[in-house]
Design a protein around this ligand. Structure first.
Ligand code: ATP
Ligand code: MG
Length: 353
C-alpha cells in the first residue's frame, strides 16, 4: 500500500465547502485503485487565523508544509476580513515562493454543458504554462523626480535558467499531448527580454524536433484564443503574458467556478500546490451552492502529477459527464447544490470503475 501524504489548506469562504467534498472523492478513487491511500493533514490557515493570530500562518508553517508530498488548497482571502495584499502575500505567494513553485499550469478545456461566451466553442483543449517566479512581476524599479518630470521605471527580470526550464516543461508536455507548442512573445515591441525569450525558445525547441513550434505576439495570440481556441495544444508564456492568457482561458471556459490550476515545483524537492482559480466567493458562502468543479479538477491535476493518470481520467470523465447531463450549480445555469453535484460524480465514479 502506497500512502500519499497531502497537506490540505481549505482556506477561506467556499474553500471550506469545496475542499472536503474533493477529499471524499479522492478517497473513493484510492479505494477504486486498491493500492493507495491518502493521508490528509489539514491546516486551518487563512483570514480567520489572521484575525486570531495577526498572521496568515504560523512562523514555522512553511516548514511544516515542506514535510508533505503535495499541497491541496481551497481559496485564500476575504476582503471583508483582511486586505487582499495581506492575505495574498501572507499565504499564497509565500507558499509559491518558498516551495519554489516556478511553473503555473492551467488547463483550458471546453466541457459540453457549460455555456461558453464563444458562439462556436468547438472543443478547445489546451494547456497554458506560465513562468511563475520572475519576469515582469519584479520588485526592481523606482520613481525619480516629482511633478511634471516624474518618472517611474519597472524592471522585468528574465534569467536563462527560468526561461529555459519553463519552455522545456512546455515542450515536454506538448510531447505527451498533441505535439504542438506556441510561445507568447512581443519581440516587435519589447526589445530585450522578448528576443531573449525567443532565442531560448528556438534553442530548447531543437531538442524537440518532432514538435510543431510557433511564436505569436501576445496581442494576436490573445485574439486567437477567442477566434480559434481549438488550434492550440500547449501555450508557454512569461509571468505577465501567462497571467493574461489564463484569464482569457478561464473566461472562454464559461465560469470561474470550474477552472483549476497547479503550481509546480520541478525537482520535487518541495511540494507542488493544486488550487482552483476562483477565490473565496464571500457572496455565496453558506448557501451550499458553490461550484465544486474547479476544486475537483485541481484534485484531478494532482492525481496526474503524482502518477495516476487513469484515476485522473476517471475523475475527469465523471465530473464532465455530470455537467453535461445537466447536473450543475447555479453559476453554470443549473439549480443543483454542491452536494448534489458531488453525489452524482461519486455515483458515476463507482459506475465507471
Ligand atoms: P479573490 O480576491 O479571492 O480572487 P474575488 O471576489 O475576486 O476573490 P472570486 O471569489 O473568485 O473572486 O469570485 C468572483 C465571483 O464569482 C464570486 O462572487 C461568486 O459569485 C462567483 N464564484 C467564484 N467561484 C465560484 C464557485 N466555485 N461557485 C460559484 N460561484 C463562484
Ligand atoms: Mg479576484
Amino acid at each position: 500500500m502506497v500512502t500519499h501524504d497531502i497537506a490540505v489548506i481549505p482556506g477561506d469562504g467556499i474553500g471550506k465547502e469545496v475542499v472536503p467534498v474533493s477529499l471524499d472523492l479522492l478517497n473513493v478513487l484510492a479505494d477504486i485503485h486498491g493500492g493507495i491511500t491518502f493521508q490528509f493533514t489539514e491546516f486551518p490557515w487563512g483570514c480567520d487565523y489572521y484575525l486570531a493570530h495577526g498572521e496568515m500562518l504560523p512562523k514555522d508553517g512553511i516548514n511544516e508544509l515542506k514535510q508533505h508530498e503535495q499541497i491541496f488548497l481551497g481559496a485564500v482571502g476575504d476582503q471583508n476580513l483582511v486586505p487582499d495584499h495581506i492575505s495574498l502575500w501572507g499565504l499564497l505567494i509565500k507558499i509559491r515562493r518558498e516551495c519554489q513553485q516556478v511553473i503555473n499550469l492551467r488547463p483550458v478545456k471546453y466541457i459540453e454543458g457549460v455555456s461558453s461566451p464563444l458562439a462556436n466553442p468547438n472543443d478547445f483543449d489546451f494547456m497554458v504554462v506560465r513562468e511563475n517566479s520572475e519576469g515582469e512581476y519584479s520588485e526592481i524599479g523606482g520613481t525619480m523626480h516629482s511633478g511634471p518630470d516624474e518618472i517611474t521605471i519597472q524592471n522585468a527580470v528574465f534569467t536563462r535558467k527560468a526561461v529555459e526550464r519553463t519552455i522545456r516543461f512546455a515542450c515536454t508536455l506538448a510531447e505527451e499531448r498533441n505535439q504542438k507548442v506556441t510561445s507568447a512573445t512581443k519581440s516587435n515591441g519589447i526589445v530585450y527580454s522578448m528576443p531573449f525569450w525567443d532565442k531560448i525558445f528556438a534553442e530548447v525547441g531543437e531538442d524537440y524536433p518532432k514538435l510543431e513550434k510557433q511564436s505569436q505576439h501576445i496581442d494576436a495570440l490573445s485574439a486567437f484564443l477567442v477566434t480559434k481556441p481549438s488550434s492550440f495544444d500547449v501555450i508557454v508564456g512569461s509571468n505577465l503574458f501567462g497571467d493574461i492568457l489564463t484569464d482569457i482561458g478561464a473566461a472562454i471556459m464559461g465560469s470561474i467556478g470550474i477552472a483549476p490550476a497547479a503550481n509546480i515545483n520541478l525537482e520535487g524537492k518541495y511540494p507542488s500546490m493544486f488550487e482552483p482559480v476562483h477565490g473565496s466567493a464571500p457572496d455565496i458562502v453558506g448557501k451550499g451552492i458553490a461550484n465544486p468543479i474547479g476544486q475537483i479538477w485541481s484534485a484531478k491535476m494532482m492525481l496526474d502529477h503524482i502518477g495516476y493518470p487513469e484515476l485522473a481520467t476517471l475523475l475527469f470523465n465523471a465530473m464532465a459527464s455530470t455537467i453535461t447531463s445537466g447536473i450543475k450549480t447555479p453559476d453554470l445555469g443549473g439549480n443543483q447544490t454542491t452536494e448534489e453535484v458531488v453525489d452524482e460524480i461519486n455515483k458515476r465514479l463507482l459506475a465507471d470503475s
